[in-house]
Design a protein around this ligand. Structure first.
Ligand code: LMR
Length: 328
């Protein structure tokens, strides 16, 4: 008995010491390829943290939905299975309605306008929009403007009518395709290539870097350069994990995260342009440029979606976002 007691006491004493010595592990899960703005930013974060906090913090990055799909990662994070994620701003619908502003069609002319809004007072406040769910927003990573791809050419809104489009889990995106009289289908990112290849769906919307790195252009004959919406991300963690970090560690990790976000944002535009060119050079997909008249038709059909979501998002938020592009 006595020996067992001594052994137990020894184990109990040893346990905290072992914990204190083992590094904090940050699992960072995302769904895109490594050669994308988000993929590059996540890798940079790992590099910086492990350089500056050797032995104290280890970052494990899981790209390409390796660990969790986009429809599972938020739950997994809240359960403590991952500590960082950066879902697209379209994927927070069940946690807050405020971020729906980012999905409104034609509200931002370009990513510079998105950035301006995010860095302004409302954009910064939106980082806290999921506080009541125990989620902290740590920053925004850019990707690029979305383009429409399909098996058939899309030049005017009528071309999309009756066609099935894969969308992210967003009610705004659903309304956007319904406005076109198309059929939106909410599906995880990891399934899109197969859905397109098997023609289970007709098209999808995404940035050039995603269309290139996921090889969508190999299974979509046409890509319309519509720039109709933004694809951007919020880096999130849980309040429990983030605020449970020792102060000095959290400060260093946040500095590394800010730098990695700035790095991803700096390369985002060039990467998207280069991927657009790679798609054109491949000859696999025809890139359609819209005339100003054709573009005006897409705006006319899609823009009424704003009104539908005004109550949930708030008119002040919509007005501030639109003002960054002078599109109000
Ligand atoms: C998508 O699901 O289409 C994209 O949001 C994926 C991503 O994270 O860029």
């Amino acid at each position: 008995m006595r020996i067992v007691g001594i052994l137990l006491a020894a184990i109990m004493l040893a346990a905290p010491a072992a914990n204190a010595a083992s590094p904090i592990v940050i699992k960072y899960s995302h769904v895109v390829a490594e050669n994308t703005p988000k993929g590059q930013s996540a890798n940079k974060f790992k590099e910086l943290v492990e350089q500056r906090l050797p032995g104290k913090v280890v970052v494990e990055v899981f790209p390409n939905s390796q660990l969790f799909d986009d429809d599972k990662v938020m739950e997994a994070m809240l359960l403590g299975d991952v500590q960082l994620a950066a879902p697209s701003l379209s994927k927070f619908d069940s946690y807050t309605k405020k971020l729906q502003v980012f999905d409104l069609p034609f509200i931002f002319d370009n990513i510079e306008a998105v950035d301006k809004f995010q860095q302004g007072p409302i954009g910064q406040k939106l980082l806290n929009s999921m506080e009541d769910k125990g989620i902290v927003g740590l920053g925004y990573i850019h990707n690029g403007m979305k383009q429409l791809s399909a098996h058939s050419p899309l030049r005017v809104p009528e071309d999309a009518a009756g066609k099935k489009f894969r969308i992210q889990a967003s009610d705004v995106l659903q309304a956007q395709f319904e406005a076109l009289k198309a059929v939106p289908v909410k599906k995880p990112f990891s399934e899109v290539f197969t859905l397109l290849q098997t023609k289970a769906i007709d098209g999808q919307e995404n940035s050039w870097s995603n269309i290139y790195s996921q090889k969508f252009y190999e299974v979509q004959e046409y890509i319309t350069e519509s720039d109709h919406g933004a694809l951007d991300y919020m880096v999130v963690s849980t309040d429990e994990f983030w605020n449970g970090l020792p102060d000095d560690i959290r400060k260093e990790v946040k500095a590394a995260l800010d730098e990695s976000i700035a790095y991803g944002n700096k390369i985002a535009a060039d990467l998207n342009q280069a991927d657009k060119q790679r798609i054109i050079d491949s000859g696999r997909s025809q890139v359609i440029e819209l005339t100003p008249e054709q573009r005006a038709k897409w705006v006319e059909v899609m823009k009424p979606v704003w009104k539908k979501f005004e109550k949930d998002i708030g008119k002040d938020v919509i007005d501030a976002a639109a003002a960054t592009s002078g599109a109000s």
